[in-house]
Ligand binder design. Structure first.
Ligand code: ADP
Ligand code: MG
Length: 232
């Protein structure tokens, strides 16, 4: 059983990409609302760990629970449901639908989480406005990179997820925009009551987090840990 105070709990998780790279995580948990950085160089396994937690990669063994619900050993559609309801994802490149408006991109997250349809447009618009996006009806392709990142943050938190997983969320931004984007992500998580697990190779990020987890401590195949990552 996962205590209700935990946003995330991993126990005895193993995963490998054949013989080249493997992760072993004896224990890792995050309390509700806790913010932690996953630190490590390029190719050290940060993205792999986040993808395992999100249920986008399947662990070989062990248990992964998000908001007390098991992500491992369930069907793909069950994992999709848990992800939509409890996990917000923010990536380096934002993965928005470029021809869709900001409002529609955010509404789609509410739809996936099974929120009442009548509420989608207003909830999306209200959150976007709060995050400084006024032009909610133009295609997101017509917004600046910084604005698109704000839309991606809105999409990640609109369902009030239990945990936000952010994978190198600032890597495509310049220093000033990166700092503002991190402020935004952390403040948005705080307001939504979401825990945050953020992966970054940037050591300067460490000062922003109460807790820093070195991904190297989970890697059992050292040979691969210096190669550049496929999703770095
Ligand atoms: P990071 O996000 O820290 O840069 P990754 O999790 O992307 O690291 O990658 C960790 C290791 O796994 C690297 O050695 C990478 O080359 C390897 N790897 C990543 N994706 C795959 C894959 N789909 N198949 C095989 N090996 C992979
Ligand atoms: Mg990566």
């Amino acid at each position: 059983m996962t205590p209700m105070s935990h946003a995330l709990q991993l126990a005895n998780v193993t995963f490998d990409y054949g013989e080249d790279f493997s992760l072993t995580i004896a224990e890792l948990s995050l309390n509700k609302g806790e913010m932690a950085l996953i630190s490590g160089g390029s190719g050290s396994g940060k993205s792999t760990l986040l993808w395992l937690i999100a249920g986008l990669l399947r662990a070989t063994s062990g248990s992964i629970s998000v908001a007390g619900e098991r992500m491992d050993g369930v069907s793909e559609s069950a994992a999709d449901r848990i992800r939509a309801r409890h996990i917000g994802l923010v990536f380096q490149t934002h993965h928005l639908l470029p021809e869709f408006s900001a409002q529609d991109n955010v509404s789609l997250a509410l739809m996936a989480a099974g929120e009442p349809e009548k509420t989608h447009a207003a909830r999306a618009r209200e959150l976007l406005n709060k995050l400084g996006i006024e032009r909610v009806h133009v295609p997101v392709a017509n917004l600046s990179v910084g604005q698109q990142q704000r839309v991606a943050v809105a999409r990640a938190i609109v369902c009030k997820p239990t945990i936000v997983l952010a994978d190198e969320p600032t890597a495509s931004l310049d220093e000033m925009n990166a700092s503002q984007a991190m402020d935004l992500i952390q403040q948005a998580c705080r307001e939504a009551g979401a825990a945050l697990l953020c992966a970054s190779h940037d050591r300067a990020m460490q000062s922003r987090f109460e807790r820093v987890i070195q991904v190297d401590s989970f890697v059992s195949t050292k040979r691969a840990s210096t190669k550049s990552g496929a999703r770095a």
